[in-house]
Design a protein around this ligand. Sequence first.
Ligand code: MRU
Length: 340
Amino acid sequence: MIWLGNRLRILDQTRLPREEVYLELHRYQDIASAITELKIRGAPAIGVAGAYAIALGALEIKAESRDEFLKRLWGITQTIASTRPTAKNLFRAIDRMQQVAEAGKDVEQIKAALVNEAIKIQSEEAEATRKLSQLGAELIEDGFTILTHCNTGALATAGYGTALGVIKWASEQGKKLRVLATETRPLLQGARITAWELKKADIPFTLITDSMAGYFISRGEVNCVIVGADRIASNGDTANKIGTYTIAVLAKEHSIPFYVAAPTTTIDLALTSGNKIPIEQRSPEEVTHIQGVAIAPEGIDVANPAFDVTPHNYITAIITENGIIREPYGEGLKKLSGNV
Ligand code: MRU
């Protein structure tokens, strides 16, 4: 994701791996649609894109007064906030942008400050994912087979990656690894994007369907599981891509570590537990169709929650840029967020 002064350049993640298509988004509405349609996806990347959308929207506003400008800006932040509900990173980015706008003296100064803040959010997220990958790599031993779910690499973070970042860092340290990457139904982020990223990074991997996780774990072929997160409640309960909870239960049953890797911007201290995390419900067509082709009869009942919640007692450790924590998560999460 590259900011070009008056537009945002992104790689369209929906077209991977068949085509590498770059899009230039000139209006904040284009960024909002790109987030909703998953052209930009992954919690940290959604936050960064949301910040750029607000900056871009601000640049377009022609207002006579600061008050009028702010009123129109709040309309834009509402549009961005309504794109996807689960990733905490988006709402943190929006809060930061709103605070910067409120602190500004006049319209031109606020516009410049908003652009600077969005750039800062991107560089901070990139730095955080690099740092957490470095810290998390210490948990990975030479010869490990690691199971990961969904896509948590550079594209999902506008930076280095979270779970996939940990794997990449461990591999760069010279550790010999094998990755089991789940395809991640319904939208195949694993098959399309993780496989594309792992292939580029030259890390040995095997693509499996989501339902094969139990087969490989029960045969003792998996040393640990690492996943990302969209929102972590203050007790450690973690929302991540649908199917994560199933893998966590399997990991616990077979006594293998289950790690969550995320920047602290994913932590939501205001929520006491995971059942308060808003879970996005997406369109039935994503389940009944694969890349436009119908695979189910018409007119049937379909459910499509995009995320599930893994209770904290299934999580062996949470890896962030500020450190790795284990149970009990309450105090640790507060400390890591600088909120003691
Ligand atoms: O619906 P998506 O593709 O945006 O879901 C992404 C995930 O669930 C990721 O695991 C999470 O956002 C962490 S990305 C570093």
